[in-house]
Write a protein that binds this ligand. Structure first.
Ligand code: NAP
Ligand code: MN
Length: 267
């Protein structure tokens, strides 16, 4: 089996990366950064996002696992003290795989017909540095509302505990194939009216955002933001692709939510 390690780059993460590389190589696993079967992220959730985007082109043949060197992470759930145990588990392959849904985003340009396609593990956000965003929101091909405000966040179930949560969105279990739309400070008056509540869309219910006022948009896919001009539409839906996690023990999603946000002393 081939593996690769993506480290946050700080001394502690680098040291763990070194130890893991050495031990796994001793177990006859091959370090291969180009075609890994297993990608180990050492750092935080941000590092895991980085690892995901580095290998997003080969999701079908890559499984991910995270070791956290800071506080408990949603994606990085193994602690440094457990690294030796984890190495033995990895060496005993094959391992069990758990899949989580992803968000597909297609940004189409007004002229020239070009389009960019992305997969997000957490979310996409659409904002502007230039006043308010104003766009028509279509769901399944039907006009739903005209949104005016700071922006919109479209998140995956595993991303529902990140930015989405700060916007008052619900926490969605990753066994549900869904995406969630949350508003950022929508303007509501007699002229503009939006639903105001987060919306949860199932698979195949495509959401299309069509800018009305020509602005440049700041479109973030997870931790990476791009400035777009000339945007015709932004299409969001549950992706066909999924992320695969290597699972060596149970750590239920709700326990992770509790340990991160409520208390971690009541196991
Ligand atoms: P960051 O500023 O370090 O991330 C913000 C926090 O979100 C960090 O504590 C990060 O954990 C945590 N996080 C990331 N994914 C999570 C998840 N799925 N569930 C719960 N917490 C999560 O930037 P970053 O590390 O590059 O992460 C980018 C993410 O930050 C974006 O995808 C977005 O979700 C989030 N974000 C949140 C807000 C907000 O809450 N107002 C604003 C902007 C961005 P680590 O410290 O372990 O990295
Ligand atoms: Mn971070």
């Amino acid at each position: 089996m081939k593996f690769a390690i993506v480290s946050k780059g700080d001394a502690r993460s680098e040291q763990i990366k070194g130890t893991m590389t050495q031990y796994l190589t001793d177990f006859e696993l091959e370090y291969n950064a180009n075609e890994p079967d297993l990608v180990i992220s050492v750092g935080g959730d941000g590092t895991f996002l980085e690892a995901f985007h580095t290998y997003v082109h080969r999701l079908g043949s890559t499984a991910f696992i995270g070791v956290h060197t800071g506080h408990l992470g949603f994606y990085a759930d193994w602690v440094p003290d457990e690294v030796e145990k984890l190495i033995i588990e990895i060496a005993k392959t094959p391992f069990q795989v758990v899949e989580y849904p992803l968000l597909e985003v297609i940004i189409r340009a007004k002229s020239g017909g070009s389009e960019d396609r992305f997969l997000a593990l957490n979310e996409a956000t659409i904002k502007t540095a230039d006043g308010s965003v104003v766009f028509d929101v279509e769901i399944k091909g039907e006009h739903f509302e005209t949104f005016r405000g700071d922006g919109l966040c479209v998140s995956t179930p595993s991303g529902s505990t990140a930015y989405n949560k700060a916007l008052g969105g619900g926490i969605i279990h990753p066994s549900l194939d869904a995406i969630q739309l949350t508003e950022m400070a929508s303007i509501n008056n007699r002229v503009f009216r939006t639903i105001g509540s987060p919306l949860i869309l199932p698979k195949h219910h495509t959401c299309l955002l069509k800018p009305i006022v020509d602005r440049s948009f700041l479109i973030a896919i997870d931790h990476f933001t791009t400035n777009y001009t000339n945007v015709k539409s932004i299409q969001c839906r549950v992706a066909e692709e999924r992320i695969r996690f290597a699972r060596f023990r149970q750590f239920p999603f709700w326990n992770r939510v509790r340990d991160s946000f409520v208390a971690d002393d009541n196991h």
